[in-house]
Write a protein that binds this ligand. Structure first.
Ligand SMILES: C[S@@+](CC[C@H](N)C(=O)[O-])C[C@H]1O[C@@H](n2cnc3c(N)ncnc32)[C@H](O)[C@@H]1O
Length: 243
């Protein structure tokens, strides 16, 4: 997507509506992470509005965060307990923090917001440098199977059709760059609003190689936060890496 900068996807508009609909898997995510944190400390890459970090911290796990969006972090700060969580403003590929963590995690496909393989590898390397010897890195991401089934590598989905507003999800897939250019298009009498986002996806096996480059190994892979088995039919994975 020409002229796209990732920060454009996380401005005031997106931050304003980000928490309007929950994914519904927050409780299971927090239980899964709390178990692996073993008392912490924990670090969330791309902490956003604190959807996961806040309930994890409320269960007694010290959580730090990294994010580059002032608008998303302002939403976190406005929530109860949100001013207690140390957040470093910066690019999570750099892991720009000091210290070592027993748990570092990046959820909700956000690793794919790093738009090159180099940046994703750099992220794994920097994560490895900030893990305790027994620390683990948890990645939750989609399995890109459905992209290979697109017709002509593109799609238009009618996400919502109301009398006064239509919301479309449009996408174009580049299978060589492993990139999905996507935009949510909202049409209403107020005009047209665009919410672009680009993802550079990776198959689980590529992530495992990135981990190896960084000196980590896959310890476990599930298809969800309740330890559901990962199979050929799985649409997402929760992967746990350690030394
Ligand atoms: C989909 S939200 C996820 C937020 C939170 N982890 C959650 O699960 O609700 C993605 C977040 O990643 C942040 N982000 C995306 N790319 C980033 C980067 N390269 N460095 C730091 N933050 C980034 C955005 O600002 C946004 O807050």
């Amino acid at each position: 997507m020409k002229d796209y900068e990732p920060i454009q996807s996380f401005g005031e508009d997106s931050a304003e509506t980000y928490d309007d609909s929950s994914r519904g898997d927050e409780d299971a995510t927090v239980l899964f992470l709390e178990h692996l944190a073993r008392g912490g400390p924990a670090l969330e890459l791309a902490i956003g509005t604190g959807r996961i970090a806040l309930p994890l911290a409320a269960r007694g796990v010290p959580v730090d965060g990294i994010d580059f969006s002032p608008a998303m972090v302002a939403k976190l700060r406005a929530k109860p307990g949100g001013d207690q969580i140390p957040v470093t403003m910066g690019d999570f590929a750099d892991v720009p923090v000091s210290g070592a963590y027993r748990l570092i995690f990046v959820v909700f496909n956000t690793l794919f917001n790093l738009l090159t393989q180099d940046d994703q590898v750099r992220c794994f390397e920097n994560v490895a440098a900030h893990l305790t010897d027994d620390g683990v890195f948890v990645v939750e991401a989609f399995v890109p199977t459905y992209l290979t089934r697109l017709r002509d590598d593109q799609y238009v989905d009618a996400e919502r059709i109301d009398v006064g507003e239509v919301r479309l999800d449009v996408g174009r897939h580049d299978p060589v760059a492993q990139r999905l250019d996507e935009s949510h298009v909202v049409l209403s009498s107020a005009g047209v609003r665009l919410y672009p986002i680009v993802a550079r996806y990776a198959w689980p096996s590529e992530l495992d190689l990135m981990a190896r480059i960084a000196g980590l190994r896959l310890k476990n892979r599930w298809s969800g936060w309740e330890h559901e088995p990962f199979t050929a039919a799985s649409r997402r994975h929760v992967s746990v890496y350690g030394r």
